[in-house]
Design a protein around this ligand. Sequence first.
Ligand SMILES: [Fe+2]
Ligand SMILES: [Fe+2]
Length: 294
Amino acid sequence: MDAQAEALDTTEWTRKLLAHFRSPRYQPPLLPIIAVEIMALSQQREASTAEIVLVLSKDPLLAAQVLTRAQSSAYARGNETRTLHDAVMKLGLRVLRNIVFEVSLNTRVFQAPPGYTEAMERLRVHSVATAHLASLVARRTGQAQDYAFLAGLLHDVGIAGLFIALADLPNPPPLTTAWPDILRFHTEASAALAHLWRLPRELQGALANHHGLTVNGDPDPLTATVVVAERFAFELAPLIGKDPSTPDRPRIMPGKDVSAGPVIQGACKLLGIDAPAFAALHAEARALLASVLG
Ligand SMILES: [Fe+2]
Ligand SMILES: [Fe+2]
């Protein structure tokens, strides 16, 4: 950082960062077209296996990665999954949609600008962990939450967007300096990307409010699910496995990103998670992360 950059205070960086993020010059990360089309198919009606395979086949590289993910231990149960057709038949459209989003984020959205590789990898791990944990919390609290996995996966996507905006600026500050501002504005940035990507309304609401409990003034179980899942991810993800990019260091985010205690307690209350249920979920969460991240 040069002398001029050092002279700028945090408020000035915030102004510059937000001005760039909101400007037409900013090029936000885009979802691959097959993620957009699979989301549309999953919302509209019962799509045929052939239609789903056709959409996936438009991007062979991404399709191959989806297949590899579908074969991984987190999803592979029962018969072998050799083709996209097998994957659709075995997993169903909604699980496949979640995998398409996971692969799309890993390969296309969480692409770090120079200097942000480690921070982006930690954000990716935090997001994948929160996604799987949000599914678990939804299942164990008896919710028929179609979007729990995606809400967990995408909740902090605004952080990726702000990393990219920050790297575009001349002489950006180090992440340790910029982190408080990134944290302050990341829900707004997640909401902006959710809107740009035309995600379903429920997902947009959860992403925009994921450190609170309400959407448009009403308690929102999907948002509460993300709050609880993130709480487990924050504590447990650094303890599991090794980060291939930095195996000597724990997998923690570049800064603290977890809801305040009263918000977590409110989320548990809203979802009917009492102390014994919380302890049981904690044990399950640890085992699940070991299989997903281990
Ligand atoms: Fe967050
Ligand atoms: Fe988070």
